[in-house]
Each structure stands twice: as structure tokens, then as C-alpha cells.
Design a protein around this ligand. Structure first.
Ligand code: OOG
Ligand code: NI
Length: 445
């Protein structure tokens, strides 16, 4: 009797809010960040009623206050594959493949997230999930040591393992099971002050790469940040220091635009935290940080190619600049990117969904109906991540160190083998949503 089951959307919504509460208790600055973003969003909407109206109409306004993404890093294929099953309970599926070895970070990643319009509108909670690539560690002895340590831990509670299996057998969870599931699942992402290794081992792994120590030496994949969505990242970044947060040097991603594209992100530095090692030695570890993001329209492959080309050009010219100069230079380079919705749409640079605002018949061309005021095109929000930005965030929180760990070593097949499934193509998801919105209206482009 499927009607007795709690929906996946409901479980995800409860889990996201439990995760947010846990992170607020663990990292008080995150609470400060949330109120700052809330304040900026409120003021942005007050100052721009047209934006407010539009977010209301598209259903984005309702999700704004609950919208977060988080990030975790795991060490083994079994951990990743079990996470895939765990997230499926909450209607979150692996979307996209990100190769971070390109930037000297020995991981590859995907994002677990909801994929349908309804699910995204309800709560788009996403988790950027990275798998450590031990094969990129050159020192064989160290590699063996790391995998032996990882083999000894279980990052899941027996309870959550049981409930995942129950979900897979029943096709859903009852109210009582859902409640237990949220509580048990949360345990996996909790911060543990106690390391699983002695201090010498930690230091050995740490000196190979900070990230290796972070993944290998603890009992679980502590959530390392939770990111609220702001409507004005420049303003939020500007106000961070007033609230005791030191933002990273530059905002990642595209520059400020009239029609925001993709994703802009900034973070504040990780906190130094006391860690207790096996044998009782004390030390410190930087694991958690804060991040905010502003989301814009999803780009088509053509739009994305233009974005990547311009970002590459700007990169050469922005090395070492402070944020103001960096943004100014970026804005100059990006004048080659159209910045009005009509052009973005007509040139096939961005994805839109189409909605009828009045009855219409006759002409099946979408342009004709838009011109007649019968149909509106709304930009589809980008729900994913950007590898160059992610690398910048990783680096900022790894103390800015660059290392030569196996650069340019994408291996999607190995990632999918570990995951036990293939990742969905994010572009195909946007294209389908656009196509279906047109089909529902019986229109052609
Ligand atoms: C993930 C960094 C990437 C983002 O928003 O691009 C990321 C990590 O540090 O584990 O969160
Ligand atoms: Ni992030």
C-alpha cells in the first residue's frame, strides 16, 4: 500500500532541515551565514519587485529559504555505492561527473540531487560527493596504509543499512521508518573529534595531501559545508567581514550579470578544530568551512562552450587580482556573452521552460505566442556545479596548496564502477524539461 509511505520528497525535506540544524550546532558561524543570506535576500527582493514577482511565479521563491547544498568526501567504492542507495530513499540521484584531478585534487565527484520539476520545487537539496582516488597517490606504501585504515571503518549505522534495504524491498518507508531513517542517516555526516589513527599516521597522510588525511583519518565523511542560496552574492560577500567571516579572495564563476548564468560561489575559510588522536595526543584539523552561492540560468552545450572559452580567457588575465579587479576584468571578457533573455533563448545559449499565461490557438510557433503575450519563457535554474569553481573552493580550503597529483586523469568509468550505476547527464535533464514544457503546450521552437 504505497499510500502509507512517506514520499521521497518529504524525507529529503526533513533530512535537509535536520542536516542544517546539526551543522548549525556544530559550526555556529553557519547560523550567522544563514541570517546574513536571509537578510540580503529579503532586501534584494524588496528593492526589486519584478524579481520577487518572477520568483513567485516560477515557484523559486518558495524553495529559496530551504535551498542548500552540502559536500562530503568518501574513501571507498563501498561507501560511495551505499551512499547512492541511501540518497535514493530521498529521491536524490547522481547527476554529472566532475574530475578534480585537473586541479591537483585527488578526487572525482558527482552531485546527488532531485531531478524532476516537482522534486526540485519542493526542496532541491543536493550533496556534492567526492571519492578519494588512492590510485593517484604515488607512494605505494602510503596507498596501502590508507586503504587498510579505510577498510576498517563503517560510516553507516546498522539501523540505516537496514532501513535502506527495507526501502528497496517495500518501495517506500512508513512514517515511523522515515523518522528513524532521517535520524540514522544523519549520523553518517556528523563531525567526530576523535580520529581513527595516531598522530604520526595522520601527519604522514596529511603531508601526502591534506585531503587524504581528511578522508582517511576520521570515522565518517563529515559534512564539510552547507551552502545557502543568495540572490546577490556580491552584496553578501561584501558584508561577510562585518559578521566576522573572512571570504576567500575571489567569487568563483561568471561575473555579475543582468541575467545571471550558471553559478557564482564564494566561501569563508575553514575553521581550525581540535582533534584527538589515538593514544590521546591532541592536534588540530581544518575540516569545515562556509559557502554561499547564487544560481542563474542553465546553459546549453553551446552556451557552456562559450562560458568555458571566456572563463579560460579571463583566467589568464585575472591571476592574482583582488576580487574587485577580478570581477571587473571578468565582466569585460564576458561582454561577448549575450545578457538578455531573448537573445540567450533565440541563440540557443540557455534553457527555458515555457508556460501559458493566456489561452491560445492557431500558430504553433513559440515565438509567435510569446510575441502575442500568450506564453512566457522562464529561465531554467542551473542545479549543478562547475568543476573550475569547485577546484577553487577545494583549494581555498586546503590552504591554497597546489599539488601535481595525477593531473588530467578523468576516469568516469572507474567512478561509475565504484558508484555501481552511471551518473545522469545534467544537460539531458535540462533539455528534457525544456522539451516537455513545449510539448505540453503543443508548441514548436
Ligand atoms: C567540495 C568542493 C566543491 C562546490 O560548491 O563546488 C563544492 C569539497 O570541498 O568537498 O562544494
Ligand atoms: Ni560547495
Amino acid at each position: 500500500m504505497s499510500s502509507d509511505f512517506v514520499t521521497a520528497d518529504e524525507i529529503r525535506d526533513r533530512f535537509a532541515s535536520a542536516m542544517s540544524a546539526m551543522y548549525q550546532a556544530e559550526v555556529p558561524q553557519y547560523g550567522t551565514l544563514l541570517s546574513l543570506v536571509e537578510q540580503v535576500n529579503r532586501q534584494t527582493l524588496e528593492a526589486d519587485p519584478a524579481l520577487a514577482e518572477r520568483l513567485e511565479a516560477s515557484g523559486e521563491h518558495a524553495r529559496l529559504g530551504v535551498e542548500r547544498h552540502g559536500a562530503i568526501r568518501v574513501g571507498t567504492a563501498e561507501e560511495l555505492a551505499t551512499l547512492r542507495r541511501l540518497f535514493a530513499v530521498m529521491g536524490m540521484f547522481p547527476v554529472g561527473y566532475y574530475d578534480l584531478s585537473e586541479a591537483g585534487v585527488p578526487v572525482h565527484s558527482t552531485a546527488f540531487r532531485p531531478v524532476t520539476d516537482e522534486a526540485l520545487a519542493r526542496n532541491p537539496f543536493r550533496l556534492f560527493t567526492s571519492l578519494l582516488r588512492l590510485e593517484l597517490i604515488e607512494d605505494v606504501e602510503l596507498r596501502t596504509l590508507a586503504s587498510e585504515i579505510l577498510a576498517k571503518r563503517d560510516i553507516f549505522t546498522p539501523g540505516v543499512r537496514e532501513l535502506i534495504a527495507t526501502f528497496e524491498q517495500q518501495g517506500g518507508l512508513t512514517e515511523e521508518q522515515a523518522e528513524r531513517f532521517v535520524a540514522e542517516a544523519l549520523e553518517t555526516f556528523r563531525w567526530h573529534q576523535d580520529a581513527t589513527v595516531d598522530r604520526a599516521t595522520y601527519e604522514r597522510l596529511h603531508s601526502a595531501h591534506r585531503l587524504i588525511a581528511d578522508v582517511v583519518c576520521f570515522r565518517g565523511p563529515h559534512i564539510n559545508h552547507l551552502t545557502p542560496r543568495t540572490l546577490d552574492i556580491d552584496e553578501a560577500q561584501r558584508r561577510m567581514p562585518e559578521h566576522g567571516m573572512t571570504p576567500k579572495a575571489v567569487i568563483e564563476g561568471p561575473p555579475r550579470r543582468a541575467c545571471p548564468i550558471l553559478l557564482r560561489q564564494t566561501s569563508f575559510k575553514a575553521l581550525e578544530e581540535t582533534t584527538r588522536f589515538v593514544g590521546d595526543a591532541e592536534g588540530s584539523h581544518t575540516a569545515r568551512f562556509g559557502e554561499i552561492e547564487q544560481r542563474g540560468v542553465a546553459l546549453t552545450p553551446k552556451g557552456r562552450a562559450l562560458y568555458d572559452r571566456l572563463l579560460g580567457e579571463a583566467r589568464k588575465a585575472t591571476q592574482g587580482l583582488d576580487n574587485a579587479a577580478h570581477q571587473a576584468r571578468l565582466a569585460e571578457v564576458f561582454t561577448d556573452f549575450p545578457d538578455d533573455e531573448t537573445t540567450l533563448r533565440r541563440e540557443g545559449l540557455a534553457y527555458f521552460v515555457y508556460r501559458a499565461v493566456d489561452e491560445f490557438d492557431g500558430d504553433a510557433s513559440v515565438e509567435a505566442q510569446i510575441a502575442a503575450g500568450k506564453v512566457v519563457a522562464e529561465p531554467l535554474t542551473y542545479e549543478d556545479f562547475l568543476p573550475v569553481s569547485a577546484a577553487g573552493i577545494f583549494q581555498s580550503n586546503l590552504g591554497g596548496e597546489e599539488s601535481a597529483v595525477g593531473q588530467g586523469n578523468a576516469n568516469r568509468d572507474a567512478f561509475e564502477a565504484a558508484l555501481g550505476a552511471s551518473v545522469r547527464d545534467e544537460l539531458e535533464l535540462y533539455a528534457r524539461r525544456e522539451r516537455e514544457s513545449l510539448a505540453a503546450l503543443g508548441l514548436k521552437r
